[in-house]
Design a protein around this ligand. Structure first.
Ligand code: ACO
Ligand code: ZN
Length: 226
């Protein structure tokens, strides 16, 4: 016991208290052997999951100076589908979805943002839908409509009871914590609007965000300019 305490005190002189790793984003206590062990494990598994080695056939749907967006469809080669699933699970973990399978895997399209360091730093899952319900603003301003949401498993947001037509449902959107606020989320949604339906450009009204988190809500409100 005493030996451990001593270790913490020693390391504490170099780094004090909680620190955030600059490459995986985990916050841990420097100098705590348990924390450092957990960090090493998380760090390696995260980097393995988001590492993108490059595929023989990549469906590149958008290219930018700092990366590209690849679309993965359910019938793609196993290695591609597996990678897309792995990244989606990472996102699900952060969103608090536990072992939630896709509502319709055969109709879902996964968009992956690969940056110039060959890491998958963004993931978006889009599914075809028919109806969506708008999320209404705080009670005081409920006349004003805010944003779409699917009926299934909705949270505490107030929803309109009037269903509206939507074509594309975004069931998950996730950007690696250290890469947020660089327009990656917006560029993924732009790309979905251009590529979800062949030969069609979807308007902002034709896409719906399902079950938004607080981050997701802020992002979607900004994106939809509501
Ligand atoms: N707080 C306030 N405004 C925000 C936030 C936020 N957390 N995130 C985005 N915005 C707004 C800002 O106005 C931003 O523009 P600015 O940076 O110039 O101010 C604008 O949206 C565009 O943001 P992007 O940079 O395009 O979005 P980003 O790449 O950071 O991705 C996302 C946003 C996906 C929500 C990211 O924060 C994330 O992965 N969060 C954790 C997972 C999550 O909650 N996902 C949404 C779940 S809901 C769903 O999946 C349907
Ligand atoms: Zn780390």
């Amino acid at each position: 016991k005493q030996a451990t305490d001593q270790l913490i005190i020693d390391a504490g002189q170099k780094h004090f208290g909680a620190i955030a790793c600059k490459s995986c984003g985990m916050i841990y206590t420097a100098g705590s052997p348990e924390d450092e062990f957990q960090h090493t494990q998380y760090h390696q598994s995260l980097l393995d999951k988001i590492k993108f080695v490059g595929w023989k056939k990549e469906r590149v749907v958008a290219e930018y100076w700092d990366g590209k967006i690849i679309l993965v469809l359910p019938d793609d080669p196993k290695y591609a589908v597996k990678k897309a699933d792995e990244v989606r699970q990472l996102a699900d973990n952060e969103l608090g979805f536990k072992q939630v399978s896709l509502s319709c895997p055969s109709r879902s399209k996964t968009y992956l943002f690969v940056n110039s360091e060959k890491m998958i730093v963004g993931c978006l899952v889009a599914e075809q839908i028919k109806l969506a319900f708008r999320v209404l603003n705080e009670p005081a301003e409920q006349k004003e409509v805010k944003k779409h949401e699917l009926l299934e498993h909705h949270r505490a947001w107030c929803c309109s009871t009037k269903p509206e037509n939507a074509i594309c449902g975004i069931s998950r959107i996730w950007v690696f914590s250290l890469m947020r606020r660089k327009g990656i989320g917006s560029r993924m949604v732009d790309t979905v609007r251009n590529s979800f339906m062949y030969g069609c450009h979807l308007s902002k009204e034709e896409i719906a965000f399902s079950d938004p988190t607080p981050d997701g809500k802020l992002f979607a409100s900004n994106y939809c300019e509501t």
